[in-house]
Structures are given as structure tokens and as C-alpha cells.
Design a protein around this ligand. Structure first.
Ligand code: ADP
Ligand code: ZN
Length: 743
């Protein structure tokens, strides 16, 4: 559908065509019909409009002609059209397919695509000083200084403008000086848009010379982009092998093609180094999209994506839903990362949605990882994805040697977690002037507090969880709902002052390190300890510059940072992720530990990694020690094939929750009874069973798990199933397609 389809005043249109179907950007199924006033602007599919919905006005996307399902006299009117280009047909198709796949109302997806404030308002302006026409009435040193600074900043730009305060700062004069120059007419006041335009990115700037392996990889990826067809590639290479450098060549090719590119990263708040790298390569900073960005920045990025001005976007998973005009390439860096799964609201896997979007937009998707997920790896094995490999570290860096320490034999002292051999290695490393990293994937001081007298465990009042002691902030925190309270000295139940912290968190490990290595400079990296993302970024930069001897960190240290002087990694509790029985436990442990180990020896000096474990003979530990990724993935995929677990079968989780436990169970049981549509496609139903976390934020939780064959039309069956249970009694029913978490 193109052109002014729904122009109500066009003479050849009958009265009925003056309705349009609009998907409101709100968590509702849609589209709904709306009336168009006779004098209203003509609308095309994809146009953004303001429509009434449940007593509010919301942004909506014009989806097509009115369906006529509802009598015209009951319809509400479109309030107005927003002054913006339409959302492309490809984007709309993607939103619809993503909604179908994830069993999410289409409106929820449309909302993801329009999540920026004040979409169509003109850019806010700010006051600036520009070059004036008069000579200053009198010369003072400060005035001269200010005018010289202005000329220097302006250069050849005759229309240059700068905020008066910024000029005063640059010239090192008081703001009154600038004000008096404006009064004199030597400078003049003007208003400039606050949204700076994005500078053009240049794909053909001089760049680093690539190694032969990188050249081959870069050429394969660039060729895919040139094809302008749907292509998917796994870019597989150890940490530090130069994957980023290789996929930037695909980005360059995409720019040459005049299409937009999107690079997704799991830990966007820490990407400053990455953005600098892109700026170096392309001569300008790309657009950024993530939740830490301000409203003004988000709006600017969103509008530039829609207009096509933004050539490259670097973003978090939600950037996938931006209304690109012509998307030619999506890179999913660290594709194995669990952070790509959105777990509330619209539940989706960013990696899978990237592949879906690329297939609709005839674009290339590059899934990059040193430790690919089993799903992606098996797709490459099956020939669905091209596998592009970079087998070695770039330059002289070599991969770290990994070995284990059996802590049953090398027991740490009581309430200590560093075994004697690990302590010895750390001591030797820092004595050589190198850095050591101790990895423990647990925030806070201790995961559990117990009363020695009555055995009471300190739990969250709203959840079925234990509170984690955070000693630095003096708080007890629920890591599930965020509930916080002051640290206690006595037991709430029996009053005894005998509370004991059990188990280690990074803060407790830091205490141990301080007492064992009192001279060493210690850096503690944990997301909850940094006041802001910027502070964390600075801390990481300081560590990279050599400001610490021993680094203690949670999983944020696993991600992409380059610490050139780091040569030893100690994994304090390598078995931690294997507890809990998730079928991906071994895979995740392998990925995480290999990534963390990969932090060691990224520059000239070789690195090593030590895994403290009670089970050094476990297949995961053996595979890590032998560096046998292929063997591990093969064994793991065979095991899954045997039981038809993903990717050889499909799972879908259903979570029932509500304040009333009886009702939650009743609804779950009705669903279990009404499972005919699932039986028809041969799916198996497990449960209902209490969720491993039985209660979150005061809501009781029950789960069902649906297992189906790979090709089964699961979503369609689930929609039929859902429709059969009409009475949900205020119980929330959430579908999690391809679940990553079973909690
Ligand atoms: P990966 O993404 O696989 O972890 P990177 O692309 O970040 O690897 O490269 C690892 C390191 O090697 C980086 O510091 C990068 O700057 C450097 N590097 C990679 N390729 C080149 C090259 N062709 N020339 C110079 N330095 C390179
Ligand atoms: Zn809680």
C-alpha cells in the first residue's frame, strides 16, 4: 500500500474509507479502527498519529485501511498526524512478526519502536553567541582573550555559535566579559538547535592494516553486505583475535552501500572505549541508544534513525526496534551473552530478533563471539549460518593457559576463599609488577545471613529469597526485587545477637585480599558499587592504565575490557554457575569462565587462569583446561539431542502470578486441563509446579513448561490455548518463548 490511501477529502473515496487501522503504542492488541476528520491530513501506512486510548492520548502507527469491525458511530477520531516520516514497511512487518513470535500484543512492539520523548516536537534550542558586526567599544585583556578564543574555535565557520558559558570557560574569562561583548555587538546572541547533527561517517579513512586472517574474514562479511540479501554469519574467534576490527569492515561496506548499520552490545554503559574506536575508524561518533542516555539524546537518535541521518547506531538490545529506514547490517557482539534476553514487559531474545529483522530487511546479521551459544554454533554446523573464524589472538598475544586447583585438597582457611596455591600465584604476579584478577560472580558481602541461635535465615519480606548483605552500604538487599533494609545486629525472630554471614561475595573477598596483601592496590569492580555508569567506565580506564595490582570483580569484568598488564586470573568459585540444574548450566559456565580467563595476557605478556573447583574432573572443567571448545560443544549438543532440549526441541515457559496463591494455582490447573491445542501439535506439558522463586514482589508464582518438536507451530497452538481459558481471575499469564531462565 502506498500513496495517500486514506485521504478523506479525495473526491473518489467513499465515506467508509475515512477510517484507518492504527496500532496504538501501548500494551494492547491492535490494530483498532479510528475515524479521520474530513479536513484531516492524508495518511499513509506507517505514519505516526496521536490517538485516544482509554482516556489518554497515545502515539499510534497507521497500519492500513480501517477494518470495519466496529460500527463507525462507536469509533474515536485520530487527533492529529505527527510531523514525521512514516515508519517503513519493513519495520512494520518486523514488529508484527516479532509480536507473533514472542506472543506479545503488537502494541507492545510498536511501543518499543517509539520509545523516545516528544517525538515530533521541534528540536529544543539554546542560546549561543555568534560573530557580531561591531568592533568592541573598548579593549581589555579579558575581552581580547574572549574574542581570540572565539575566533580560534570558529575557525573557517562563519556561522559558528557557542554557548556564552562555554566561551567564557574556553577563554578563561568571567561570563560578564562575554555578556558585555554581546551588548557591544562584537558578538551577537542567536538561538541554535540543541540537537547537534550527526557528523558523516567515512568508511574509507586510513585504517589499521589487517592480518591475513582478518582480511579474509572482513572480505567474507563485506561480501555478504554487498549482496543486499539476507545472510547470517557466526564470527567466531578467541578473545582478542580481532573480531571487532573485522566486523568494522562490514560496517564500512554497509556505509558504502548507503544503508544503515546497527551494532548491538550487551554492556552498553561500558562502551566508551568502543565508541572511541569507531570514531577513530570512521572519523565521527556514531549514534548511541541505551537506557542510560538522556531523553534529549534518545529523541535525537530516534529521529535520526527514522530520517536516515544516523548511519550507524551502537545500542543495547532495545535498539533493534528502532524505526530504521534501510537497515543493511546488524552485528550482535558477544552473541552468547544472557543480557540479550529481555525478561519483562515484552519478553524477547535480542539475538533471535536480530536474525528475524535481518531476514525481513534483506540484510546481513553477524553474530560475533569467542564462545558462541550452542544455538548459534549448531546453526553454523547445520550450514544455516556461515562460520567465519579467527583462530588466533592478534599480534603477539597468546591465549591464556588454564588449569584447576582442587580446593578439597588445597583448602582455604575457615571463612576464607583464596586457596594457598592461588595466593602464591597472586603474590608472584604482583611482585613482577603485573596485575591479577580474582573473579567471583556474587555481588555484596555475603549471600546469606543466618541466626546461630535459632537458625532463622534473613529473607526478603516480598519474595521467597534471602537478603544479601552489602557491607559497604550497610544494607541488606534483595537481588530479585531490589528491597533494601538496614543491616541488622540481632535476629528478628529470637532477638539473639548472633547473626552470621555465610558464604562469600566480592566485598568479603576484598576484605580477605586486604588482609593477605596489605600493600597491594586493590580495585573492586561491581555494578552496585559504582555511583554511575560513567564512574564505572572511569574505574575501568584507571585499571587499564595500571592503577591497581589486584582486581576483584563480578561478571562485568568478563565483558570486553582490555587490561594489558593483567596476566593472572583466579576464578574463586568456578562451580558456582553449575548449581541449580538449568539445562544450560554447563554451557554458561564454559562461556563465562572462558571469557574471564580471556582477560589474561591480552598484550605482550602471556597469561594464565586458575579455576578453584571441587570437581576438576567435570567435563566443563576438563574442556576449559584442555581448551577443547569443539569437543565441549559436540558433547553438549549430543546430550541435548538425546533429550530433545533446545536447540533440538523447543521450550516455552508459562508463568502464572498473582497475590492470591489459590487463584494462581486454579488458573494454572485450568490451563493444564485445557491443553488440547498443544496435544494436537504433539507438545508435552510439564507442571504446573511452584516456580523455583515461589514469590516475587508479593506475587505467588507457578510455572508450566511446554516442550515441542523443533518445527511444530508452537505459537499458533499457544494462542488457541490461551483463548480457551477465558476466566483468568486477575492472574497474570506470561509466555516466555525459548526461555533462558527457569526461575
Ligand atoms: P576481539 O573483538 O576479537 O576481542 P579486537 O578486535 O578487540 O578483538 O582486537 C584485539 C586487540 O588487537 C585490540 O586491542 C585491537 O586494537 C588489536 N588489533 C586487532 N586487529 C588489529 C590490527 N589489524 N592492527 C592493529 N591492532 C589490531
Ligand atoms: Zn525481594
Amino acid at each position: 500500500m502506498t500513496g495517500d490511501l486514506f485521504n478523506p477529502s479525495a473526491p473518489d473515496q467513499d465515506a467508509v474509507s475515512a477510517t484507518v487501522a492504527v496500532v496504538p503504542c501501548a500494551p494492547t492488541p491492535g490494530p483498532y479502527d479510528y475515524l479521520l476528520d474530513a479536513e484531516a491530513t492524508a495518511l499513509r501506512p506507517g505514519d505516526l498519529v496521536l490517538v485516544p486510548l482509554g482516556g489518554r492520548e497515545v502515539v499510534g502507527v497507521v497500519w492500513g485501511e480501517g477494518t470495519g469491525d466496529v460500527a463507525r458511530k462507536r469509533l474515536k477520531r485520530v487527533v492529529r498526524k505527527l510531523d514525521l516520516p512514516p515508519i517503513s514497511e519493513e519495520t512494520r512487518l518486523f514488529l508484527a512478526r516479532a509480536a507473533d513470535y514472542t506472543i506479545t500484543p503488537i502494541g507492545e512492539m510498536a511501543r518499543l519502536a517509539t520509545r523516545a520523548p516528544k517525538l515530533d516536537e521541534p528540536a529544543p534550542t539554546r542560546r549561543v553567541a555568534k560573530r557580531g558586526t561591531m568592533a568592541p567599544s573598548r579593549e581589555t585583556r579579558a575581552r581580547k582573550q574572549a574574542l581570540e578564543a572565539f575566533e580560534k574555535l570558529a575557525g573557517a565557520d562563519t556561522d559558528f555559535g557557542i554557548a556564552p558559558a562555554d566561551l567564557a570557560r574556553a577563554a578563561d574569562v568571567g561570563s560578564a566579559v562575554v555578556a558585555s561583548l554581546i551588548e557591544d555587538g562584537a558578538l551577537r546572541e542567536a538561538f541554535a538547535p540543541r540537537d547537534a547533527v550527526y557528523r558523516r561517517l567515512d568508511p574509507d579513512r586510513p585504517r589499521k592494516a589487517l592480518s591475513d586472517a582478518q582480511k579474509a574474514a572482513a572480505e567474507d562479511l563485506a561480501e555478504a553486505v554487498r549482496s543486499r540479501e539476507f545472510r547470517s554469519a557466526l564470527l567466531h574467534g578467541v578473545t582478542g583475535s580481532g573480531k571487532t576490527e573485522a566486523y568494522l569492515e562490514a560496517v564500512a561496506e554497509c556505509l558504502r552501500q548507503g544503508r544503515q548499520a546497527l551494532v548491538l552490545l550487551p554492556e552498553i554503559a561500558l562502551t566508551d572505549a568502543f565508541l572511541k574506536r569507531l570514531e577513530e575508524r570512521f572519523g565521527a561518533r556514531p549514534a548511541e541508544w541505551h537506557s542510560a542516555a538522556s531523553g534529549v539524546e534518545r529523541r535525537r537518535c530516534w529521529r535520526a534513525v527514522l530520517s536516515g541521518e544516523a548511519q550507524v547506531v551502537v545500542g543495547a538490545r532495545s535498539a533493534l526496534f528502532l524505526p530504521f529506514r534501510d537497515l543493511g547490517l546488524i552485528v550482535v557482539d558477544e552473541e552468547h551473552d544472557g543480557g540479550y534476553k529481555q525478561e519483562d514487559g515484552a519478553i524477547y531474545n535480542g539475538r533471535d530478533m536480530a536474525v528475524l529483522r535481518a531476514s525481513i530487511c534483506k540484510s546481513t546479521v553477524v553474530l560475533a563471539s569467542a564462545t558462541p551459544s550452542l544455538e548459534t554454533w549448531s546453526n553454523a554446523q547445520a550450514g544455516k549460518y556461515v562460520e567465519v573464524t579467527l583462530p588466533e589472538r592478534f599480534g603477539r598475544a597468546v591465549e591464556p593457559e588454564i588449569s584447576s586447583i582442587d580446593i578439597r585438597q588445597h583448602k582455604p582457611e575457615r571463612d576464607r576463599w583464596i586457596s594457598p596455591p592461588l595466593a602464591q600465584e597472586v603474590a608472584e604476579t604482583i611482585a613482577r609488577g603485573e596485575q591479577a584478577l580474582l573473579f567471583l560472580n556474587r555481588r555484596g558481602f555475603a549471600p546469606l545471613t543466618l541466626c546461630r541461635k535459632c537458625g532463622e535465615r534473613v529473607g526478603c519480606p516480598h519474595c521467597d529469597t534471602w537478603l544479601v548483605t552489602h557491607r559497604f552500604s550497610g544494607k541488606l538487599v534483595c537481588h530479585t526485587c531490589g528491597h533494601e533494609e538496614r543491616e541488622r545486629t540481632s535476629c528478628r525472630k529470637c532477638g539473639a545477637e548472633e547473626l552470621a554471614a555465610c558464604g562469600p561475595g566480592v566485598e568479603r573477598l576484598a576484605e580477605e585480599v586486604k588482609s593477605v596483601f596489605p600493600e597491594a592496590r586493590l580495585a573492586l569492580l561491581s555494578s552496585d558499587l559504582a555511583p554511575s555508569a560513567a564512574a564505572l567506565r572511569e574505574q575501568i580506564a584507571a585499571i587499564a592504565a595500571g592503577d591497581a595490582d589486584i582486581i576483584i570483580g563480578t561478571q562485568i569484568v568478563a565483558k570486553g575490557h582490555n587490561f594489558p598488564n593483567l596476566t593472572l586470573v583466579g576464578c574463586v568459585d568456578a562451580d558456582l554457575g553449575l548449581q541449580g540444574g538449568d539445562f544450560r548450566a554447563a554451557e554458561r559456565t564454559f562461556q563465562l569462565l572462558r571469557q574471564v580467563a580471556g582477560r589474561a595476557g591480552r598484550a605482550e605478556k602471556p597469561g594464565r587462569a586458575l579455576l578453584q573447583t571441587v570437581a576438576p574432573d567435570q567435563p566443563v572443567m576438563q574442556a576449559l583446561i584442555d581448551g577443547d571448545e569443539r569437543g565441549f560443544l559436540e558433547a553438549e549438543s549430543e546430550a541435548r539431542r538425546q533429550v530433545s532440549a533446545p536447540p533440538y526441541g523447543r521450550y516455552l515457559g508459562v508463568i502464572f502470578s498473582g497475590p492470591d496463591e489459590k487463584k494462581v494455582w486454579a488458573v494454572a490447573q485450568t490451563f493444564a486441563r485445557e491443553a488440547e491445542p498443544l496435544r494436537e501439535i504433539g507438545a508435552e506439558l510439564l507442571g504446573p509446579a511452584p516456580a523455583p522463586i515461589k514469590r516475587i514482589r508479593g506475587k505467588e508464582r507457578v510455572r508450566l513448561l511446554v516442550k515441542a518438536a523443533r518445527g511444530a507451530p508452537l505459537q499458533r497452538a499457544v494462542r488457541l490455548w490461551d483463548a480457551r481459558v477465558k476466566q483468568k481471575m486477575g492472574v497474570r499469564v506470561v509466555y516466555d518463548v525459548d526461555p533462558q531462565s527457569f526461575l
